[in-house]
Design a binder for this molecule. Structure first.
Ligand code: ADP
Length: 731
């Protein structure tokens, strides 16, 4: 053993001892020199596990007294650590031995012959002890449990505890004086302040980005650029600012065809669990207040023909993990939940508009209906697993591979729509080059299948409920939380496997992994490629991962959509002082000058007017922003305007691409920005751009997106009103 090696061991010993002292590390982690000598553990379950009979002697500490699965894991783990002790144990059985004196060292080496004629070295007890210590260090190093601060986990705590236990990680329910590897927050990134290392399960700004108005805005920007690709989101108007557009449009449609009778769903911006949601058939039914009372929200095209099962409307709750923003990594849980209405569905009519148990699938509403069915089975009742529903559909001849592939596409596209603004939040809270944690987040996608099997995005929850109990009426009017097997099955899997993926011991890919021979734009995504993630559990005691990577796996297919992200990269570049989220007038001027966008027909005075006009209109639209100035959404609008001015003859998408290329060529490469080549959108160019978003169900309605753009270019809009923060969103 070299001096250097001894030194490393001492260091390790020190650090383990320190940890143990401070935090009460499991005895499994202790310096193993004091571990019991190698022998068959009397506590060990006998006869069932082959590995336990052949290699029982490395059982140490606590794990010896733990029966069953844990023991098996431990034993097989140890089995892979080496053969020294097994040789010692088998010594008598294998017979012939030789003893050798090693010249000059005074060491005695024993060798034995095996039936196959090979010699195996048998070490003296002194040697064994030394080697065991060495093995122990390696083992302890390998097994140093990942630490999780669960002090802010709130309603996810139960599922989180189970997950941590299954992984044999270490929970800190009251927080920890020293840093943890993972911080599990119940609401937002800021639940714990001053975290400077590790990983937090929330991104800064995610709550804000996924509120109904912001999500609608982000998707709408994408609809302007890629109308066909983003036709999975129902047409939405932002209230109150687009009320006029909404009414004008509906009246125009009715004038054209009096028989048309659309239904709309009105959702408050900060709402959740179906709160404040109602259906209308005429704009005059909007409960719109004015002034400071004005209700912020969206009014959305109502999907009138959903797919029904057992005559009931249902929606899908899909769990999606954003593992990292840069590079973008997205995983989808293979298993999700479906939530059923509790009153048979009928297409909306004036009579049934207020029947919430018929039209709204929210669990939190339907659980209060007398028809709600709690079931221990995953394929019956008012809450079922997604797989049970898909199997049922498959049995009816539905092409569920196509459905799944469409769902994956919807998820990736939605994430691509919100990532640009998330990046702005991220750099403000965790400036590059400064110490800070990294982030990941589980999102809850609510998806409705239309009768024609097209998936439609209803909303994305930044804090999906991870409760594994459900409310049950135990006596008339008395509700209690009781364990819910369906929730436990799905949610524990999602949390545990998220943790597995975030295990700091696992290497993170640093560059987007291009799938060899990747899928091209428009190609169908295959349903499953099971083999990919199977190897994640080294011990073999955990099931294969229930989370499937979809990005960068399908990088080639979706990368061309990441145009706004490139605009965001420019925006961030000119933000200047780290921590900013808005561009000041000088920074905007610098952007124009550096990218050489001004000239004789676009003077710096016009630039200033553009800045003032757009910024004024958008001010107040993002109440949580920390300073005055031009936010990303306003910058994107300015960018579209500049692109339209410069490349008049092109369609919007080509205009934007051309301006981006121009700006990027002026600026040259920038470190820290994901490989620009990887964000290239050259494949976006040949497509014909439609200026109207294709509608989901009502072809007569045109998208408000081009309207907004038209309006945005005459700068006569009213001011946007601030919105309130939505905190914790449950089902
Ligand atoms: P919340 O955050 O309050 O749950 P959602 O947007 O999820 O708001 O809407 C609540 C429910 O209303 C959904 O679960 C779904 O059943 C129904 N719903 C929402 N939007 C639509 C729509 N555009 N078409 C049909 N049904 C919808």
């Amino acid at each position: 053993m070299s001096d250097q090696y001894v030194k490393v061991q001492v260091e390790q010993m020190k650090s383990f001892g320190e940890d143990e002292e401070k935090e009460g590390v499991d005895t499994e982690e202790q310096v193993p020199g004091s571990s019991p000598s190698a022998s068959v553990s009397p506590d060990h379950p006998t006869g069932t596990d082959a590995s336990s009979t052949s290699l029982p002697c490395k059982q140490t500490g606590k794990s010896r007294s733990k029966p069953g699965r844990e023991d098996r894991r431990h034993t097989s783990d140890v089995a892979s650590q080496g053969s020294v002790v097994s040789s010692e144990k088998n010594l008598n059985r294998l017979g012939y031995e030789r003893t050798l004196q090693v010249k000059g060292t005074g060491k005695i080496l024993q060798r034995k012959s095996e039936p196959n004629g090979n010699y195996v070295t048998i070490h003296t007890s002194k040697d064994i002890e030394e080697m065991r210590r060495e093995e122990g260090f390696k083992l302890a190093k390998k097994r140093r449990p990942v630490t999780v601060d669960t002090s802010k986990a709130k309603t996810s705590l139960e599922a989180l505890k189970i997950s941590i236990k299954q992984l044999k990680w270490k929970e800190f329910p009251l927080g920890r004086r020293t840093a943890c590897d993972i911080y599990w927050h119940g609401v937002s990134f800021h639940d714990n302040e001053n975290i400077i290392s590790g990983q937090v399960n929330k991104f800064p700004g995610m709550i804000e980005m996924l509120r109904k108005i912001n999500l609608s805005r982000a998707v709408r920007t994408m609809q302007e650029l890629f109308p066909e690709e983003y036709d999975f989101y129902p047409r939405s108007w932002i209230l109150p600012e687009e009320y006029q557009q909404f009414t004008t449009q509906i009246h125009m449609v009715k004038e054209k065809d009096a028989t048309v009778n659309h239904t709309f769903i009105v959702k408050p911006d900060g709402g959740s669990q179906g709160d404040g949601i109602y259906l209308i058939r005429d704009p005059s039914d909007l409960k719109l207040m004015t002034g400071s009372q004005a209700k912020q929200g969206v009014v959305q095209e109502y999907i009138q023909k959903p797919l029904l099962i057992d005559k009931l409307k249902f929606d899908i709750r899909l769990y999606v993990l954003i593992k990292s923003l840069e590079p973008l990594e997205i995983y989808i849980a293979k298993e999700g939940l479906t939530r059923f209405c509790t009153e048979p569905y009928q297409e909306p009519s004036q009579k049934n508009l207020s029947h919430v148990f018929m039209h709204l699938t929210n669990y939190s509403l339907n659980v209060h209906s007398g028809n709600f069915v709690h079931s221990d089975s995953q394929s019956t009742g008012s809450k079922r697993t997604l797989s049970s529903v898909l199997y049922r559909l498959a049995a009816k001849g539905v092409d569920i591979k196509r459905v799944w592939s469409d769902i994956i596409a919807l998820v990736i596209k939605t994430v691509i729509a919100v990532v640009p603004e998330l990046r702005v939040y991220y750099q403000a809270d965790i400036p590059p080059g400064k110490p800070g944690p990294t982030c990941f987040q589980i999102l809850g996608f609510d998806i409705l299948l239309m009768k024609n099997l097209k998936p439609v995005l209803l909303e994305v929850n930044s804090n999906p409920s991870m409760r594994i109990e459900h409310e049950q009426e135990v006596a008339p009017g008395v509700f209690e939380y009781v364990p819910s097997p369906v929730d436990e099955e799905v949610k524990v899997g999602v949390i545990r496997d998220t943790l597995r993926l975030m295990d700091p011991g696992h290497k993170k890919p640093t560059v987007p992994q291009q799938r060899a021979g990747g899928f091209e734009q428009g190609e169908e995504i295959p349903m499953e490629e099971e083999t990919q993630e199977k190897s994640q559990d080294e011990t073999g005691t955990l099931p294969s991962l229930c989370l499937k990577q979809v990005y960068p796996k399908y990088f080639k297919q979706f990368n061309y959509l990441r145009l706004v992200e490139r605009i965001a990269a420019l925006f961030i570049r000119f933000l200047g002082v780290k921590g900013n989220m808005r561009l000041g007038p000088t920074a905007f001027r610098t952007f124009i000058r550096t990218c050489k966008l001004s000239g004789s027909n676009f003077t710096m005075a016009s630039v200033d007017i553009l800045y003032i006009d757009i910024t004024r209109r958008w001010s107040g639209a993002t109440p949580d922003s920390r300073e005055a100035g031009m936010g990303l959404q306003a910058f994107v609008e300015a960018f579209f305007y500049l692109a339209a001015r410069r490349f008049k003859s092109l369609a919007l998408r080509e205009q934007v691409v051309s301006l981006l290329e121009l700006c990027e060529s002026q600026l040259g490469p920038q470190s820290g920005v994901e490989e620009r080549r990887s964000l290239s959108c050259s494949r976006a160019l040949p497509r014909t751009v439609k200026t109207q978003t294709p509608c989901l169900a009502n072809p007569q309605l045109s998208s408000p997106a081009p309207l907004r753009r038209a309006a945005s270019q005459d700068y006569r809009h009213q001011r946007f009103k601030p919105r309130s923060l939505r905190a914790n969103v449950e089902n």
